[in-house]
Design a protein around this ligand. Structure first.
Ligand SMILES: N[C@@H](CCC(=O)N[C@@H](CS)C(=O)NCC(=O)O)C(=O)O
Length: 220
């Protein structure tokens, strides 16, 4: 097993940061978490992610790894002794990466417009958002997890966004459970895992953060 000095540059409401915390927890890796302030980013963040200047950044024995999905793959390769996230079968692995990419291209950006948007634009985004979730639900099918019997790459990529479901629902006046009951049941199953439960903030805390964000950004 790799020699470990592991630090995570993070910001607690970030679904991308949560992904990394779940993966580290699944692998049983201890780490130090450092919270960033986006109004005054730390010299460490700026030095280690000079391209995007974003969290999460994983620092493993002094070396930075950026971009959450890239970090998940790195964690899976370095700590391959337990809880594999990606299948060793190239085809299965390519499918998981496809879905994680789908999540990255859709859920965050459309979801943000659901909780910050207004009027017609918000209504349009609500429809698109539910469509995306239904597409995900179709991919889940009758499986317990996207990874099959155990949580895998796609589960870890998607489940952090469920801590924002209450915010999408309350700000967007919609019911995700009514539209996507199987996806919500999957989210509950994931929450029974210690790695997920410990890594996701309480939905009310996310909602309070979102309201404050809207206030400070003039989005009320
Ligand atoms: N594609 C990136 C997205 C990361 C991202 O959007 N991070 C946000 C927090 S959720 C950030 O650091 N924002 C800082 C900023 O916008 O200045 C990943 O997967 O890691």
């Amino acid at each position: 097993m790799a020699n470990n000095n592991v630090v995570l540059l993070d910001f607690w409401p970030s679904s991308y940061g949560m992904r990394v915390k779940i993966a580290l927890s699944e692998k049983g890796i201890k780490y130090e978490s450092k919270q960033e302030n986006f109004q005054d980013k730390s010299p460490l963040l700026l030095a280690l992610n000079p391209v995007h200047k974003m969290i999460p950044v994983l620092i493993h024995n002094g070396k930075p790894i950026c971009e959450s999905l890239n970090i998940l793959q790195y964690i899976d390769e370095v700590w391959n002794h337990k809880s594999p996230l990606l299948s060793s079968d190239p085809y299965q692995s390519s499918q998981a990466r496809f879905w994680a990419d789908y999540i990255d291209k859709n859920i965050y950006s459309i979801g943000k417009k659901v909780w910050t948007g207004k009027g017609k634009e918000q209504e349009e985004c609500k429809k698109q958002f539910i469509e995306c979730l239904k597409t995900q639900e179709g991919e889940l099918g009758e499986k317990a997890y996207f990874g099959g019997e155990e949580i895998g790459f796609v589960d870890v990529a998607l489940v952090p966004f469920t801590s924002w479901f209450y915010t999408y629902e309350t700000c967007g006046n919609l019911s995700i459970e009514a539209e996507c009951p199987k996806l919500v049941a999957w989210a509950r199953r994931c929450m029974e895992k210690e790695s997920v439960f410990q890594s996701l903030p309480h939905p009310q805390k996310i909602y309070d953060f979102a309201l404050q964000y809207k206030k400070t950004h003039g989005l009320e």
